[in-house]
Ligand binder design. Sequence first.
Ligand SMILES: [Fe+2]
Length: 161
Amino acid sequence: MGMELVNAVLDDAIPSTGEPIPYFHSFFRMADGSTVAFFEAPELPPLQAPPHPAYDTFQHIALQVDSVADVDRWHAWLVGNGVEVLGPVDHKIIYSIYFHDPNGVRLEITTPTSPLWNDNADAARVSLDDWQTVKERAAESGDDIVDVLAELTRERSHRRS
Ligand SMILES: [Fe+2]
């Protein structure tokens, strides 16, 4: 995404744990000045698949661009470079594409399409309280937590509102 490589560290052990694993650690500067870092450690075995494919959807990093046109440009660029891309998906509040980076990290390129997309704290608090209350009531009554939360999500799906 045009991020500049701003630093790199090579070491023969992980400083925080002392594990003797040689690695390359690269830092790329993002538009807001923060950095995203990647590691390459050739002696490590490949990651195992998660126990359910949905983890591969839920666990991701989203990178924001300025417009729907920018998302579409990245979609075309990725596909043109042989990357499998999911979407674009119009979530009504954001517009996104999803793909994997060369390390297998799921990435999202997204842009807001509603000014409320990250300014809706009151509704978020209500949803969180409802989610917690339903779980607590199920725990007290012995109802199946998965079933009662599935019912709540059917009632409240943002895709149906
Ligand atoms: Fe996301």
